[in-house]
Ligand binder design. Structure first.
Ligand SMILES: NC(=O)c1ccc[n+]([C@@H]2O[C@H](COP(=O)([O-])OP(=O)(O)OC[C@H]3O[C@@H](n4cnc5c(N)ncnc54)[C@H](O)[C@@H]3O)[C@@H](O)[C@H]2O)c1
Length: 368
């Protein structure tokens, strides 16, 4: 309930993330990268992937399926490409370094593409293309994830929520940044409805018979057993283009596995065939495009900005006085979050307290 939500200053949460990662054994400079990615999510108003995910990494590290010492191995490299093995280290560190590598190649040769295997959950996909946009490049990032989406005409969760993120510099106060998953919705939103005891809207998920799944508690249990599945963007069947969302999620899966000889589909469950836990083995793909190799950066910024402005200024639907472009709401959110603090609900507070106590971290008694 809204009344139970406490707003904690950004710096407090940021310091706590640093403390947790370091207490778990992540080296300080790499804890800084992990913290930067998580806090960027909270600042962008994406509550599902910021401090709300800290315990998820904590649990995986404690379960031994993710390592705090990241071994970033470049397996193969050319002027414009690289293949990286992340050896189940910290996904944010692997992704940051892979994007950095792609950008360095793009700066010299125009394009840089890096495929990664054996990585772990890297947080918000949008963080990495935004690194490119901040340096005058376009960036593109995708990742696969454990099975969640059923293919069109199927009911078994096969594809991950497989987000696609693309950013481009503009002459607006913020870059264009599309960063979205390929199902209609995702697990975090089901968890919110379960806590609020509200039904899941029909059309978001299906059960094993292909019927609408609407009980959030049952869905959360069934998802783990493969008995419920998210529908791809466009929904069930072909009527509203569900096959296109299915195709996009599959494109992500291919970019994340077929360039890196990485794991895919059911092998990303995080469990071995004998039922024991094992690393998730996710793959990523990063592309950086240095605009100056095509046209002057300022011209490109102006054109991208004009595309954004033309869209914003086009005719509005009745009842709406504003059209957004991707990345705009998140950019506006940062100011709000910095002033108001990061929302922490009772469940999240309990998670923070568990980590604080188990890791014996002092100094946060005033907040949680
Ligand atoms: N690492 C992983 O395995 C993983 C998996 C899934 C999702 N994610 C992350 O979860 C986050 C949330 O994903 P999501 O699919 O819920 O995002 P979302 O649906 O909230 O937003 C998707 C995109 O739509 C844009 N947008 C929102 N409203 C708009 C409007 N009215 N007009 C124009 N554009 C608009 C946003 O700026 C954003 O770029 C993302 O950061 C994603 O990378 C990560």
């Amino acid at each position: 309930m809204a009344d139970d939500v406490a707003y904690i200053p950004v710096e407090v949460i940021e310091n706590f993330m640093m403390d947790v990662f370091q207490a778990l054994g992540v080296p300080p400079d790499e804890a800084r990268i992990c913290t930067n990615v998580l806090i960027a999510s909270d600042l962008r108003g994406i509550e599902s992937h910021g401090v709300g995910r800290l315990k998820y990494y904590y649990d995986r590290i404690k379960a031994g399926v993710q390592h705090t010492q990241t071994q970033f191995e470049i397996v193969k490299e050319t002027e414009t490409t690289a293949l990286v093995d992340g050896h189940h280290g910290m996904g944010q560190v692997i992704a940051y370094r892979a994007m950095r590598l792609a950008m360095d190649k793009a700066r010299r040769y125009g394009l840089g593409a890096v495929a990664v295997r054996n990585s772990t959950h890297f947080g918000i996909a949008g963080y990495y293309p935004l690194m490119a946009a901040a340096e005058g490049m376009m960036g593109f990032t995708v990742t696969n994830a454990r099975p969640a989406i059923a293919p069109t005409f199927g009911t078994e969760p096969m594809l991950g929520t497989n987000p696609i993120a693309f950013a481009a510099p503009s002459d607006m106060p913020f870059p264009f940044c599309f960063d979205g998953a390929t199902p209609i919705t995702q697990r975090g939103k089901i968890e919110v409805l379960a806590r609020a005891e509200k039904p899941v809207p029909e059309g978001w998920l299906i059960d094993a018979e292909g019927k609408p799944a609407t009980d959030p508690h049952k869905i959360l249990k069934d998802l783990d057993k493969g008995l419920a599945a998210f529908l791809p963007l466009g929904g069930q069947g072909e009527m509203y283009g569900g096959h296109k969302g299915y195709g996009l999620a599959t494109m992500v899966e291919i970019l994340c596995a077929s360039l890196s000889e990485g794991a895919f589909l059911r092998d990303l469950m995080g469990y071995a065939p004998d039922g024991t836990r094992r690393p998730y083995m996710v793959g990523h793909f990063f592309l950086a495009i240095d605009i100056e190799h095509f046209i002057p950066l300022e011209v490109s910024r102006r054109i991208t900005g004009q595309i954004m402005r033309d869209l914003q200024n086009s005719r509005k639907e009745p009842g709406h006085d504003r059209i957004y472009v991707a990345g705009e709401k998140e950019w506006e959110m940062e100011k709000v979050v910095r002033e108001r603090g990061i929302p922490v609900n009772p469940n999240l507070r309990r998670e923070l307290e568990i980590m604080r106590d188990e890791l014996q971290i002092a100094g946060y008694e005033q907040y949680f």
